[in-house]
Design a protein around this ligand. Structure first.
Ligand SMILES: NC(=O)c1ccc[n+]([C@@H]2O[C@H](COP(=O)([O-])OP(=O)(O)OC[C@H]3O[C@@H](n4cnc5c(N)ncnc54)[C@H](OP(=O)(O)O)[C@@H]3O)[C@@H](O)[C@H]2O)c1
Length: 325
């Protein structure tokens, strides 16, 4: 357990700092917010002006820098009680093809080296539930893995992190995180322009979690998790992909998505992503819930309703198929 700093009686504890690498990203923002709400000083490492502004707005301490710059990471880790790694780079076809791997894996090594130098005991590594094989549920933390595509990079980051036996390493595997951005935003866009497709009837189970619940889950892992452990972060009800897509379409008032063959999906999404989308991953977060975390939204329906009531449909024009996780 990461200890709180002692405080005057009646005063709210100020704990930390916790360094969050990737603090300006989809997951990072929710983690910073949850840490700040929990009384932690959230030090957010991010490169972009937008990411820095977001950390500041959320009440964290913005630090401009690249997770691949060891000196910057070392300075940022000074006096921290823990480090969270959710920096990721999806890459693009014109950029350095090694960058996605480097940001996750080399970034993890830099953060671990900085932790040792600054005597930071705890490293929490974000991964994703796409590391699991397509299998009947419930998927638990020890279930079979079959990491493909981007989830391979997440899994390699996990494997590297597990070699840091001198650090208290904890691994977090979120399911499909829905919030205003990332794959959910691009799914809404594709539903609206009728380009979204579900393979067959989409009867395979996905597992979901709302973005604020995800942020609080990282905080729980930090505060109550045990060294060397993996924690799934999903709500209580895995649901079929096709049902989810139809629900989204109904809620935004457009046609339900047509189905397609596996071959067509491979053309639309690429072969690896198509396999992930078609996989059954009914996952359990029982282990995390034993630490005291409970999702506010026990299934995606109230969570999606809440989200759609809060977001502006045109706030993010991101297009394209969901990104692999
Ligand atoms: N989105 C989901 O539903 C989901 C679900 C499960 C697991 N995951 C996993 O969670 C991780 C984070 O995903 P995400 O959706 O939050 O991605 P994201 O929105 O792209 O955020 C990642 C952040 O990392 C930062 N970053 C990139 N390169 C960096 C570098 N060299 N140094 C420092 N920061 C850097 C970027 O911010 P700057 O450009 O400002 O630096 C970016 O905002 C990934 O491993 C992903 O597979 C995501």
């Amino acid at each position: 357990m990461v200890p709180a700093e002692s405080t005057m009686a009646g005063e709210r504890a100020r704990r930390g700092p916790v360094l969050v690498a990737g603090a300006g990203g989809f997951l990072g923002r929710a983690i910073v917010q949850a840490l700040v709400e929990g009384g932690w000083v959230a030090r957010g490492l991010t490169r972009s002006p937008d990411g820095l502004a977001s950390v500041e707005r959320l009440g964290g301490e913005p630090v401009a820098g690249d997770v691949l710059d060891a000196a910057v990471v070392r300075a940022a880790a000074a006096e921290c009680q823990a480090i969270v790694h959710v920096a990721a780079n999806p890459g693009d076809e014109h950029g350095d093809p090694e960058l996605p791997h480097r940001v996750r894996v080399e970034g993890c090594r830099n953060l671990a080296d900085a932790a040792r130098l600054a005597s930071v005991p705890t490293l929490v590594v974000g991964s994703g539930y796409w590391v699991y094989a397509d299998q009947p549920g419930p998927i638990r933390e020890e279930s079979r893995v079959d990491p493909q595509g981007e989830s391979r990079t997440n899994y390699e980051t996990e494997l590297l992190a597990r070699t840091f036996t001198d650090l208290d390493v904890r691994i977090v595997r979120p399911g499909m995180v829905y919030g205003d951005g990332s794959w959910l935003r691009s799914t809404l866009t594709a539903l609206r322009d009728h380009s979204y497709r579900v393979i067959g009837s989409g009867s395979n189970a996905w597992s979901f979690v709302s973005l604020p619940d995800l942020g609080r889950a990282f905080r729980t892992v930090l505060e109550a998790g045990a060294p060397g452990n993996v924690y799934n972060v999903v709500d209580d009800e895995p649901r079929p992909w096709g049902e989810f897509a139809a629900y989204l379409a109904d809620r935004i008032g457009c046609d339900r998505p047509a189905s397609c063959s596996t071959a067509e999906a491979e053309r639309i999404y690429g072969p690896v992503v198509a396999r992930h989308l078609a996989a059954a991953r009914a996952t359990s977060s029982e282990k995390l819930q034993r630490l005291g975390w409970r999702p506010v939204f026990s299934n995606y329906r109230p969570g999606i309703d809440d989200l759609l009531a809060r977001i502006s449909p045109n706030s993010d024009p991101t297009r394209g198929p969901p990104a692999p996780r």
